[in-house]
Design a protein around this ligand. Structure first.
Ligand code: ADP
Ligand code: MG
Length: 292
């Protein structure tokens, strides 16, 4: 009967690096029409590193890093860690921050060494009245290289760009390919900008890329996908992904991700490998074919 199948399924799942929190998931997952993936920490390793620093004539590279890293020291974002790490590598002394603010989906602001500093995307700069046309070509080039480029402004003036790259997990492209081969559609939902998101989508073979989504907008995107495709599984690792994981028909958390995502999900990929999802679907099909 079904309870026995669920128990067997759990055991077999565990062998494949899949932890099942909600027994029904192993039954439901075989009916998945589309899988939506978060980008950072799900498709990519979630360990971005600084790759490019471009400065305006008014500052040099180490001064730009000093402002940027001091401010990002107040942020928990993976982008912030990358910048702080780069400053440490270059032995740059970090300064105290005053009036630190994290601006959801846009960046951070605060005062460093008595100077107001902003780091973030175009949206943030536009809101704060900082013009960045001068660096637009550089921004586009970096984004087409699948990098996330952040604009830095000091005292309301454009100071430079810091770009980071987040390596794609070794098995992401293979997992997407296998899922598509099984007739399951794939999508990516991210807060990152359109060009970077599409460049990463292209690298892993995901054509349906939904970008520039605010953290609490992911759940609406999942709802929309459910209306259009039917059963949707969502894969994510972040606190921001939790509502979308709950909304989806099967929520899948990355084992190395946040506890909040793991608690919201039905299934955990213990090793964070996306190919485990393929195993889970195959397992679900095998078990529930037999007992029908
Ligand atoms: P994601 O989790 O996909 O990175 P977020 O909503 O956290 O999405 O961020 C969206 C965008 O906002 C980032 O791509 C970046 O441009 C900007 N941003 C967010 N946090 C920071 C930060 N600490 N420093 C600089 N930029 C940031
Ligand atoms: Mg993430």
């Amino acid at each position: 009967g079904t309870p026995t199948a669920l128990m067997v399924g759990s055991g077999m799942g565990a062998e494949r690096g899949i932890l099942i929190r909600n027994g029904e998931a192993i039954q439901t997952i075989k009916d998945t029409k589309l899988i939506a993936f978060d980008k950072t920490g799900t498709i990519t390793k979630g360990k971005p590193e600084v790759t490019d620093i471009i400065t305006d004539k008014t500052v040099n590279e180490s001064l730009l890093l000093k402002y940027a890293a001091s401010l990002e020291n107040g942020s928990e974002h993976p982008l912030a860690f990358a910048i702080v790490e780069k400053a440490k590598e270059n032995n740059i002394e970090l300064k105290d921050i005053l009036g630190f603010e994290a601006l959801v989906g846009r960046g951070v602001k605060g005062s460093v060494d008595g100077k107001s500093v902003l780091i973030g995307n175009r949206k943030l700069m536009t809101e704060e009245g900082v013009t960045f046309d001068k660096f637009e070509d550089d921004l586009i080039r970096l984004e087409e290289e699948a990098k996330t480029a952040m604009i830095v402004a000091v005292e309301g003036n454009l100071a430079g760009i810091v770009a980071v790259a987040d390596p794609i997990k070794e098995d992401s492209a293979l997992a997407i390919k296998q899922l598509e081969k099984m007739g399951i559609k794939t999508a990516m939902i991210t807060g990152d900008n359109k060009r970077t998101a599409e460049a990463i989508g292209k690298k892993v073979g995901i054509s349906h890329v939904i970008s520039e989504v605010l953290p609490d907008g992911k759940v609406d995107e999942v709802r929309r996908l459910q209306d259009e495709y039917g059963n949707v599984a969502m894969v994510g690792d972040g606190i921001n992904d939790a509502p979308a994981l709950k909304q989806s028909n099967v929520g899948i958390a990355i084992g190395t991700g946040t506890d909040i995502a793991i608690e919201a999900a039905d299934v955990t990929l213990v090793r964070g490998e996306l190919t485990s999802i393929v195993s889970a679907i195959k397992l679900s099909k095998a078990i529930f074919r037999k007992i029908k």
